[in-house]
Design a protein around this ligand. Sequence first.
Ligand SMILES: NC(=O)c1ccc[n+]([C@@H]2O[C@H](COP(=O)([O-])OP(=O)(O)OC[C@H]3O[C@@H](n4cnc5c(N)ncnc54)[C@H](OP(=O)(O)O)[C@@H]3O)[C@@H](O)[C@H]2O)c1
Length: 287
Amino acid sequence: MSENPDYTESLVGVFGHPVAENPTCVMQQAAFDHLGLRWRYLTIEVLPGNLEAAMQGLRAMGMQGINLTIPYKVEVLRYLDDISPDARIMGAVNTVRREGDRLIGENTDGKGFIRSLREDANYAIDGRQIIVMGAGGAARAMTVELALAGAARILICNRSPARGEELVRLLNAETPAEAFFIPADEPLTIPKGTDVVINATSIGLYPDVTGIPPVNMASITDAHLVCDVIPNPPNTRFLQEAAARGARTLDGLGMLVYQGAIAFELWTGYPAPVDVMKAALEREFGV
Ligand SMILES: NC(=O)c1ccc[n+]([C@@H]2O[C@H](COP(=O)([O-])OP(=O)(O)OC[C@H]3O[C@@H](n4cnc5c(N)ncnc54)[C@H](OP(=O)(O)O)[C@@H]3O)[C@@H](O)[C@H]2O)c1
């Protein structure tokens, strides 16, 4: 036995319900192990009504932070000491980090997408017109970050008009971008002047792999960058059909990896081993 053994580990993880199929532990643990860090990522089922107690437990156990997934990204705001400006605009937190005794809320989903745009697609956002299918949590996080990063115009097309119009109001009120709502009454024809088309709905997620968002694919051209949030399978039918029309494409696996990489960096202070994290997820998804 060594002279002064220390068997403790720094703890992070995810609170959610249901959470059993959340694959984040695979990429975070691979990153900790790769760098030889004594950190552990725990996947924790928190039943409805128990989030406050779980957050107290996190404080009591000195955990370094936590990810939040469905249905806790909004409720967690009440149990935090501070919230980053972008997460405050979104009204949602997916990552909590510790600063001494204080718990700070962040949202890395949209930032992960922006980093994937820059690093995987080498794409500059400044001045672009972007159309987003969907107005749920992913769309909200992505559009707020795109608007704060310099996108000029954001068009939101969503099945439920109320949710879409609410996101448009939020973007116009809280960010420098211009935002408009497009009703989803018929398949969306991509308007002139559009640079980027994003599927931010859950259509195409495993096991519904043949699903495709309601877009008039004939209006997609080689002038567009077409992106999908769906990480599993990454090469969705939407991206396959867009590529067949000559568009550049960007899959949702990059966004998933980078949102995790940003959380890793917020927690540990070390640059994330992005390639290791991506390879771990690809193995998990059988890509
Ligand atoms: N790659 C990543 O890192 C990452 C990160 C976060 C989320 N995601 C993925 O993004 C997807 C959306 O997540 P979320 O948190 O935004 O979910 P959410 O809040 O439940 O929103 C779902 C969105 O999809 C739309 N939608 C769902 N089914 C539809 C259908 N059949 N026809 C038309 N629209 C439909 C909804 O429209 P209504 O408003 O009309 O219901 C809403 O806009 C999920 O598949 C998730 O896995 C990926």
